[in-house]
Design a protein around this ligand. Structure first.
Ligand SMILES: [Zn+2]
Length: 179
């Protein structure tokens, strides 16, 4: 898969599953996207052979980065929560799994041959997947919140209108009683 899908897929998953607002902030989502794309940023490549030989797509690299992220979380006195560091680690691992189903990955690199995977997701689908991910992210974080806000403001104004008309009718009732 392309780097755009790798970056956006974990963002979509977090957007769909995580309800805590501290995980859905702009910088949190950007960090998750970068973590998802990181194996290709650390070791850019074009061919499958180059991917199989890249150190950034191995379990050892993922494991070491996870330890580093958890240590940063610990020494930053949890300003970066351990749960969030684990999410970044998960985004990185998701990249490896996505590469495994779209060609393959050598999980044991550089310590041995742990090649696994195949072109179950044909390269012909990679660009449509990028587009689908872009559209999903746009809908999820732009269109849907605006629709919710519009719906809420509509409900509020409707409630306000109902309240106002109720107050008006009460006032009229009071007036007519007075007369
Ligand atoms: Zn990759």
């Amino acid at each position: 898969m392309d780097i755009f899908t790798h970056a956006l897929l974990p963002v979509i998953l977090v957007g769909a599953i995580a309800k805590r607002p501290d995980l859905r902030g702009r910088w949190q989502l950007v960090s998750i996207g970068i973590a998802g794309a990181l194996p290709d940023i650390l070791c850019p490549h074009l061919s499958l052979e180059a991917r199989m030989a890249s150190w950034s797509h191995g379990i050892s690299c993922w494991f070491m980065l996870t330890i580093v992220m958890l240590m940063i979380s610990y020494f930053s006195r949890r300003r970066i929560a351990a749960g969030f560091a684990s999410l970044l680690s998960g985004a990185y691992f998701l990249h490896m799994m996505c590469d495994a189903i779209s060609g393959g990955v050598n999980f044991f690199h550089p310590f041995g041959n742990g090649s696994w995977g195949d072109y179950w997701v044909d390269p012909i689908w990679w660009i449509p997947l990028d587009i689908a991910c872009f559209l999903t992210v746009y809908f999820m974080f732009r269109v849907a919140p605006r629709m919710r806000a519009l719906k809420q403001s509509g409900q509020t104004s409707l409630q306000g209108g109902l309240l106002e008309s109720a107050t008006d009718s009460n006032a009229t009732g009071w007036d007519s009683n007075e007369r």
